[in-house]
Design a protein around this ligand. Sequence first.
Ligand SMILES: *[C@@H]1O[C@H](CO)[C@@H](O)[C@H](O)[C@H]1NC(C)=O
Length: 476
Amino acid sequence: MCNTLLPLACTACLAFVLLAGLGCLDNLAAPDKPALPATLNWGASSDSSSDGEAVEATRLSVSNATLDDLRSRLKAFKFVEPVENSGFEYGFNGAFMKQLVSHWLNKYNWRVWEDRLNSFPNYFTRIEGLKVHFMHLKPSKQGVKKRVPLLILHGWPGSVFEFYKLIPLLTTPDTDGLAFEVVAPSIPGYGWSEAAKKRGFSAAACARVFDKLMVRLGYRQYYIQGGDWGAGIGHIITREFPERVLGFHTNMPMQPFRQPSVIVQMIAGSFLPDGILFSKKDGQKIFPYFEKLSDIIRESGYMHIQATRPDTIGHALSDSPVGLAAYILEKFSVWTDPQNRLSQTGNLIGPKAAFSLDELLTNVMIYWTTGSITSSVRLYKEVFSENRETTMAYFSIPSDVPHGVASFSNELSRVPERIVRVTHPNLLHYADFDHGGHFAAFELPDLMNSEVRAFVRAAEDFHAKKRSPLGEGKEL
Ligand SMILES: *[C@@H]1O[C@H](CO)[C@@H](O)[C@H](O)[C@H]1NC(C)=O
């Protein structure tokens, strides 16, 4: 008995000493904050006009000529015959595409969705030479006691439309009277926000643009929520402008790569049985990089194309609405649930569908009618090829800004709580879900609303405690 327990106890002791030691090394290994891009005007070189402070209300509108052109392209659709007995394993299934195109031509009505988009107040303002689009909603209903500014950030291949069900929930006061003032911008190069004309518009450049937007709108401090690119951009804002960020909530936490304790845990976690290093509560058996390597290879091909030759794929996608729909909606299928690839419809319709076809097509329509797919995929080039070192550095810079995570079971990048904590000592809220995918705000708006609120309540308590410098006076 003693003979077996002693070495085990020693190993455990050694492991703890090692981890504690590595934890100290983590601080030394944390990189310096990278410099933000030097370019301050991303517009065309020929345009030297300055930004100004103007904020203009706008109505989003697509011309009839654009819709007529789309119609004729959809009618000329070329059928791609799928191999027998295939679902979405080879990519978007041709038989289902036929059905989708028919729905697009005969049932889908853009004007209805355009009105819906315009039921939110839309604005433009010029920042760093770019016309930036955003939705801005203030709580207008009765019972508001506390208004909290929230910058909410979308990613690829999404748009501000991902938030159309979540925003009205956020702007409605809860039982405590807390309601959000929501600012939902389109990333420059996505949807209605103008694309950079110059090279180098990275996530860090976007972070600076969005912080300037909040300052222009009169917010000295604000919260951030983001997934996908919105998570990366929010992560950088908290590093670059911590004095303005009250808290950062994400459904896709960034992996710190440079911390020695993280590297050791990544490797050890891939060998140790479930529950030893990463608890079941973390929602995964072992560290995803090892257990799910095959999943990562299967799902990351798009990223290599976009990070190397964005304009090449951009030509194909800008010239064909069917190609664009296949490229975008395949992601909404398999990133919501990887098992959807086994279904002939990708579960984009039927009992397991997470979204309606109209919702999915509206997101595709935003890319099509604004012609923004090429500029949207260029962000991968700017971040992963042109500024790779900078991006990796940001991931490993610690921040004591209050942090919250909602970790959904089908998220592409899940990070266990203890790893998130390495770079976020003030991780105030971490919740694991046994369901839910990458487009969580679009798929589970009620749950996201309650998650954001749970985090913001914890962060408000945290700030209230820090703000009590007067002392309480002793009982005598
Ligand atoms: C599109 O055409 C319809 C019918 O002719 C017209 O009423 C409408 O104003 C047009 N819309 C736009 C945005 O031009």
